[in-house]
Design a protein around this ligand. Structure first.
Ligand SMILES: C[S@@+](CC[C@H](N)C(=O)[O-])C[C@H]1O[C@@H](n2cnc3c(N)ncnc32)[C@H](O)[C@@H]1O
Length: 354
């Protein structure tokens, strides 16, 4: 839709305000301001600065900015300025288990902004920006953003797919989580199906270290393991169910990994890919999911996927037809869409036409 210059300038001004909020949220997230304020109690600048170990002048400016933007509330009832975070805002900014938790997105976008010189260079040269070069905030942001979905929403998603749920529920069933990142998907599966042994695999060593730390934090048992490996190189593994959560589109060589997943599942295992619920084709102006996913793609996923060459250069907006092409090349007979939940679509990759 075209607009006049004034309308478009207003839209861009809205984007500027949104961008500034995102950066301010990253500050509040990483310095612990939101966590400290998440009990809803009003605090003075000095109290917040002392609790978070920050400079009082910066803390005051940040609090005023947050109040001016309606993120924290100003309370002058005692004659001293105090600031509080409403419960609903705390759910989004500080409650890492809440389904509306979004602070990790601010972490990822800020990290991408910080990597802008690398990104600009990659755009010119056709190289990439790897997970390793983006760094720890990107890894943790990705992991923590999906954590509420895995624990709050995925149980219903899986319970709604009878064959899959039945297989996962069998005692001793063996489950793999390929491209597990910080491991919350693996840990959620272990939590949902306590009789299963669940193994997370990721090529990125620091991600596996985060996953092991997360496993220790939630007290995961010995039947949940994490291994650093390129899944394309994984030989001789045998699983009842093999998952790939929101990672196939990031992989430089998705076909090699899908081929390995097919072998891991053998002739009667189940292979599930969860990826973005984007439309069937690019048609110009898109809905919010397309806009979000293209945004991630230009800043994070395409540069990450192109950081190792040769690369399929998929990007975040992996259309169903693209996954079907990759699956066919990897030796699968067909791909079917099982369901959609939130931003995600669940596909089953079928070893034969059955
Ligand atoms: C976007 S992250 C997704 C992480 C996790 N599944 C989640 O939902 O939070 C994609 C992950 O795929 C991993 N990855 C990419 N290529 C891989 C490969 N060949 N073998 C194993 N992991 C791979 C990356 O290291 C990264 O941790």
């Amino acid at each position: 839709m075209t607009s006049t210059s004034e309308e478009f300038a207003n839209r861009v001004l809205g984007s500027v305000l949104g961008g500034l909020e995102i950066y301010s949220m990253h500050i509040g997230d990483r310095l612990g301001f939101y966590e400290e304020l998440s009990d809803g109690k009003p605090r003075t600048t000095e109290e917040l600065a002392a609790a978070c170990g920050t400079n009082a002048r910066y803390t005051r400016e940040w609090l005023e900015q947050q109040a001016a933007n309606g993120i924290v509330m100003l309370d002058r009832s005692t004659g001293t300025d105090r600031f509080s975070l409403p419960e609903g805002h705390a759910d989004v900014l500080a409650n890492s288990l809440n389904s509306f938790y979004l602070a990790p997105i601010a972490r990822m976008l800020t990290t991408a902004g910080g990597a802008m010189p690398l990104l600009l260079d990659a755009y010119k040269t056709g190289s990439g920006v790897s997970w390793a070069r983006f760094g720890q905030d990107m890894r943790e942001g990705q992991a923590d953003q999906n954590r509420p979905f895995f624990f709050n929403d995925m149980p219903d998603v899986l319970a709604g797919i009878p064959d899959l749920h039945e297989r996962l529920s069998r005692p001793g069933t063996r489950v793999a989580d390929v491209g597990c990142g910080g491991g919350w998907g693996t840990l959620a599966l272990a939590d949902m199906y306590p009789g299963a042994s669940v193994h997370g695999y990721d090529i990125d060593v620091p991600s596996i270290e985060i996953a092991r730390k997360n496993a220790a934090e939630v007290g995961a048992g010995p039947s949940t393991t994490f291994t650093a490996i390129d899944v394309a190189e994984l030989a001789g593994a045998d699983y009842d169910v093999v998952f790939a959560f929101e990672c196939i589109h990031d992989m430089p060589r998705p076909v090699d990994v899908l081929r390995s997943m097919r072998e891991m599942a053998g002739s009667d295992g189940i292979v599930i890919v969860m990826d973005e619920a984007v439309g069937d084709a690019f048609n110009g102006e898109g809905d919010e999911i397309e806009r979000l996913m293209y945004g991630y793609s230009i800043l994070v996923c395409l540069p990450d996927g192109m950081s190792s060459q040769p690369s399929a250069a998929t990007g975040t907006v992996m259309r169903p037809s693209v996954l079907a092409e990759y699956a066919a090349e990897a030796g699968f007979a067909s791909v079917r869409t099982l369901t959609e939940a939130g931003f995600f679509r669940f596909y089953q990759l079928m070893a034969d036409e059955g």
